[in-house]
Design a protein around this ligand. Structure first.
Ligand SMILES: [Zn+2]
Length: 464
């Protein structure tokens, strides 16, 4: 038997099999079971979320010989014809290839004749927004006063292009992008049925890459099975997708903890040779940093591989890192190439070395600009090493050796009482020079651009 692609083989045949569109399914089921049927429906949503699938199931429910219900019998000839896609009173049209008014007139010519075999003639017009204005006008006449035996179902990826006069005559359902978790679950079910070996991480990669589309997820899975020679393994999937593996993200986190610049740059070169998508890597880093930031609040993470990193980064560093990654992602398109953009973002992350809660030595505090002293002394800091790493373009009077930001939000470790006295002593030592230094620091172009970029997250230096 010829191979049937997964997306077709596992296309839902009844409402129970539809995934991720609960609200629409519930409305349609109720309409069928309580006999509150409208004459025209419009399903909108991105590709592969189940628009035509729902339309076909709905049409089947309307025409099952047993009765109109949300659970067609599956045995009658109408149900069988629907399953094989040969139901005589189901008229499917792809508006993308038949946009002209003549096509629409031809389609509507027979509307007034009774159905051949069933209760209803169902017209499913896919990508309805592609119809010409004249076609819409021709359609509108029938939509205004449709015969009782006719149901229209329109599907579109772009409902904004459908004229309001048409929209107002339809019941509209917007199908959501399907959650990666729902897609992953469905892939798991299908692969188990197909008796194909897989690993959890591959499914996560596939589900995420599908961007909310079940059809895309299944097509990618088909491709992954071919690519992996009958099995699905994370190495081959990530190679196929050009995506990033969790291992690679963890490796980068490790390098950030160590502040190992050379190793980081070497690793980027290695990734570049593997043709990894740097945009994808930035996105993955963002997700990981987000997860770690939440873990700082809740004190736990469900991702086992992130356990070793808990407490390694201060809450402030995670905020700054997230912001750097967002900016890095945004600016990727302005970089000469993605590798350069990614490299610069990593270098920037390294410049804000994540220093866990440590008490600075008094000597190192002499020239420090303490940005925020409102904290209780607990907390953590982000230490910018811009000056110590690169030649400073700013004059010596404006120069800041380092910038320490302290805050009292979500302490990672607590400081004992003997250390608290020590800190207050140092604070007063620093405060004498603070006003002058702060003014100078604010004039520094690096500092001002940082404040601009990380405004919400870095404490307001002026205020303190
Ligand atoms: Zn039936």
């Amino acid at each position: 038997m010829a191979y049937v692609v997964l997306a077709r083989k596992y296309r839902p045949r009844d409402f129970q099999e539809v995934r991720g569109q609960d609200h629409t399914v519930r409305a349609l089921v109720n309409a069928l079971d309580f006999d509150r049927l409208h004459h025209a429906y419009l399903f909108s949503g991105t590709r592969g979320v189940g628009k035509t699938t729902l339309a076909r199931i709905f049409a089947n429910c309307l025409n099952c010989e047993a009765k109109i219900s949300s659970k067609p019998c599956g045995d009658c000839s109408a149900c069988e014809d629907f399953q094989s896609g040969n139901y005589l009173d189901m008229h499917e049209v792809d508006a993308a290839s038949r946009t002209g008014v003549d096509d629409t007139r031809k389609l509507l010519e027979n509307v007034h004749f009774s159905p051949n075999v069933g209760r209803f003639k169902v017209y499913l017009i896919d990508e309805v927004h592609m119809l010409s204005t004249a076609s819409f006008n021709a359609l509108l006449k029938t939509l205004e006063e449709p015969p009782n035996h006719v149901k229209f179902i329109f599907a579109t990826t772009d409902p904004k292009k459908v004229p309001l006069t048409v929209l107002s005559r339809c019941l509209q359902f917007h199908l959501r992008n399907i959650e990666p978790a729902v897609i992953r679950e469905q892939l798991e079910t299908i692969l188990t049925q197909e008796d194909i070996q897989y690993d959890e991480e591959s499914l996560q990669l596939l589900a995420r890459s599908a961007q909310g589309s079940m059809r895309d997820a299944l097509s990618l899975t088909d491709q992954a099975i071919s690519h992996g020679g009958g099995n699905i393994a994370v190495a081959s999937v990530s190679e196929m997708l050009g995506t990033v593996r969790t291992d690679e993200v963890l490796e980068i986190l490790n390098m950030l903890v160590k502040g190992d610049r050379n190793a980081t740059l070497a690793f980027v070169n290695q990734l570049s040779r593997q043709a990894v998508s740097f945009a994808d890597l930035l996105e993955n880093l963002q997700r990981t940093i987000h997860e770690l930031a939440l873990a700082q609040i809740t004190g736990r993470t469900d991702t086992e591989q992130l356990q070793p990193f808990l407490g390694k980064f201060s809450a402030e560093w995670l905020q700054v890192a997230y912001q750097i990654l967002v900016v890095g992602m945004r600016d990727l398109k302005y970089a000469p190439d993605h590798k350069i953009g990614f490299e610069m973002t990593l270098v920037r992350l390294l410049d804000f070395e994540p220093v866990p809660n440590s008490i600075p030595e008094p000597s190192s505090l002499k020239n420090e600009n303490t940005a925020n002293e409102t904290g209780s002394g607990q907390g953590s800091k982000v230490k910018s090493k811009l000056d110590s790493r690169a030649p400073n373009p700013v004059s010596s009077t404006e120069k800041i050796d380092s910038q320490t930001i302290q805050s009292n939000s979500t302490p990672v470790q607590s400081t004992d009482t003997s250390k608290t006295d020590d800190i207050s002593q140092r604070k007063s030592q620093v405060s004498n020079n603070n006003d002058v230094d702060r003014e100078a620091a604010l004039k520094d172009p690096i500092v001002s651009s940082l404040i601009e970029n990380f405004d919400a997250h870095i404490v307001d230096i002026k205020r303190t």
